[in-house]
Ligand binder design. Structure first.
Ligand SMILES: [Zn+2]
Length: 164
């Protein structure tokens, strides 16, 4: 009988780091993305108090398109917050802001593997700017109706749990 041992936190991290290492940079992946600012707030499971908050401007030339953030729970096994898909979608739609919430699906600690999820929460706000100039002229289009508010319906499904 062979049962694979649950992976240790370190192994998960190594695996994760390799995947991040091998992904392209944001600048390579999203050519028309000019700047990206992230505003992150971490919360303990089941508590309202904010654990920590960080805001910074992403260096697009260095940051990887596998866009993820570590879990604030130091005991967490296999968990993190991966915003790659959300970011890719937002950039594809040229959304200037994107807010949302993700829950860590790792395990709370080494002895809780297979039993208790970590469930730390990350609330994020991404602010993006895009290149305006297009290589070939597109005439007949005015930017008259491109207010931020027009993105509402795109963001709807991601916004449900936010803005408390
Ligand atoms: Zn976690």
């Amino acid at each position: 009988m062979y049962e694979p041992k649950p992976k240790l936190r370190k192994e998960y991290q190594q695996q994760e780091n390799q995947q991040v290492e091998h992904s392209a940079t944001l600048a390579q992946t999203f050519r028309d993305l000019k700047s990206l600012t992230v505003d992150l707030a971490y919360f303990h499971p089941g508590r309202f108090a904010r654990h920590s908050q960080i805001k910074y401007t992403v260096n697009l030339a260095n940051a990887k398109s596998r866009f993820r953030f570590s879990c604030p729970n130091e005991q967490c096994v296999g968990g993190d917050f991966d915003l790659s898909a959300a970011l890719a979608k937002a950039v594809a739609a040229h959304q200037t802001t994107l807010t949302g919430e993700v829950t860590c699906q790792g395990w709370r600690c080494q002895t809780a593997v297979g039993q208790m999820r970590c469930h730390h929460i990350l609330r994020y706000k991404l602010s993006a700017e895009y290149a305006q100039d297009k290589p070939s002229a597109e005439h007949g289009q005015t930017a008259g109706s491109q207010g931020n508010g027009d993105c509402e319906h795109h963001e709807r499904h991601r916004l449900e749990l936010v803005n408390v």
